[in-house]
Design a protein around this ligand. Structure first.
Ligand SMILES: Cc1ncc(COP(=O)(O)O)c(C=O)c1O
Length: 429
């Protein structure tokens, strides 16, 4: 079967496809695997109860129930839900937004497809623009979203080694290049895969650079402020007319609802809603129906701060303790976990690639994600990109502990030379 160039790009073996295949196999087909791979959020009983209550309240109201099943959403999304989001954000953060600043999408992943292709690619004047990631590693789900090839650029981070086996990435402003060919800047905050949180100062600097170059600044808040607020570091919520803030209900515990929220200036929202209608006709009703009840009295913020964030903080601390225990004596650095649901482990001078380590761990029943997927847009080879893996700590602490033991055992064998290594796979700087 021959597909178009775009078709071939879409059905390639993208990192995100492998990751979701692994996720589906581990969580639905083969549950004995130790799943430390994809970004499925944890099941938090209090959140599940809140979702059930919201669904029940929807079903108990004949108008809402009828709309849930039998009525398409308008292009931007349900007006009452948009108003409720605007009111909440005005009240909490004094952001000057109204319904004209907000659109809903079927998950934030599809929102990024629309936004990236609106802001980068071929322009009528013959120029070509790209989306710039100021700090790689970045979310692997961005990698294949451009309709054209060569769609992204990225900047290597500065690496700070911290005490107790931690390290942290910073935006290396001395290397960040914004040119006439940059269509927008984009950061995930907290960052998937690293759990890094771009500091308030870094964010302000990126915002100022984007304005100076008259390009939008996209902030992916899938894990961040204001909800689900999976943050263990200070991160001021940020929005202004030049910012496109993309939120999601997924990491709150509703990945099945497939609901994203885009907050931007009205011309961008207008373009987004039209493009989204062409692609999807309308957004699903389930997420908006539930979130309407969670928005009432700011419940969604209270749940994020009092339930979701403490839950993941405890999981993060347990995961760090497990890895520190098992990795003793190994050249393993953990990225300082400041948010999101992952640990990012760096095995300095790993004798094989992280992809091969992923395969070896999979053969031993542990699913992780190889770090090399998380460098969309980065030019040239970089050894560091093949020395890291991402692990999620959404499973129970016991499972994470078992996973950490197996990962450490496999890595220890590599560093002590106990297993054969195919040196031809090592990538040099
Ligand atoms: C940083 C980031 N952005 C966006 C997404 C997309 O999430 P969804 O489409 O479920 O909203 C994810 C999913 O894992 C993510 O990690």
């Amino acid at each position: 079967m021959h597909f178009s160039r775009f078709g071939q790009k879409l059905c390639s073996d993208a990192g995100i496809v492998t990751l979701m295949d692994d996720l589906g196999e581990a969580l639905r087909v083969n549950p004995h695997m130790i799943f430390m791979g994809g970004g499925n959020p944890a099941a938090i009983p209090e959140m599940e109860q809140a979702f059930e209550d919201a669904l029940q309240a929807t079903l108990d109201d004949p108008r809402q129930a009828q709309q849930l099943f039998g009525v398409y959403q308008p292009p931007q999304g349900d007006a009452e839900v948009l108003d409720a989001i605007a009111t909440l954000l005005q009240r909490e953060y004094q952001w000057p937004i109204t319904r004209a600043n907000i659109a809903l999408s079927n998950g934030s992943q599809s929102a990024f497809f629309v936004l990236f292709n609106l802001l980068a690619g071929d322009y009528a004047d013959g120029t070509k623009k790209r989306i710039q990631f100021p700090l790689a590693p970045e979310y692997l789900g961005y990698s294949d979203l451009g309709i054209h090839a060569d769609f992204f650029t990225a900047t290597r981070p500065a690496i700070e080694i911290l005490p107790n086996g931690f390290f942290k990435y910073h935006v290396d402003f001395s290397q960040l290049k914004i040119t006439a060919e940059t269509g927008a800047l984009c950061v995930s905050r907290p960052t998937n895969p690293t759990g890094n949180v771009i500091s308030n100062e870094e964010l302000a600097k990126l915002d100022a650079l984007a304005r100076a170059h008259q390009i939008p600044f996209i902030v992916d808040g899938a894990y961040g402020t204001p909800f689900p607020n999976i943050l263990f570091a200070d991160a001021q919520p940020h929005w202004n007319e030049n910012t496109i803030l993309v939120l999601s209900l997924s990491k709150l515990g509703l990945p099945g609802a497939r609901t994203g929220i885009v907050i931007a200036n009205p011309p961008i929202i207008d373009a987004f809603a039209k493009a989204n209608t062409i692609l999807s006709l309308a957004c699903g009703n389930f997420g908006p129906a539930l979130v309407r009840h969670l928005l009432a009295d700011g419940k969604i913020l209270a749940l994020s701060r009092e339930v979701v964030a403490p839950f993941y903080r405890a999981r993060m601390e347990q995961a760090v303790a497990s890895f520190q225990k098992h990795m003793t004596g190994l050249p393993c650095y953990i990225h300082k976990p400041e948010g999101a649901i992952f640990l990012w482990l760096w095995f300095k001078d790993l004798p094989i690639t992280s992809e091969e380590l992923y395969q070896r761990l999979k053969a031993r029943g542990v699913l992780v994600v190889s770090g090399h997927h998380f460098f969309p847009g980065l030019d040239g080879e970089w050894q560091h990109a093949h020395e890291c893996i991402r692990v999620t700590y959404c499973q129970s602490p016991e499972i994470v502990e078992r996973g950490a033991a197996i990962i450490a055992d496999e890595v220890r064998k590599l560093f002590t030379g106990d297993i054969a290594i195919n040196h031809s796979v090592i990538v040099t700087e």
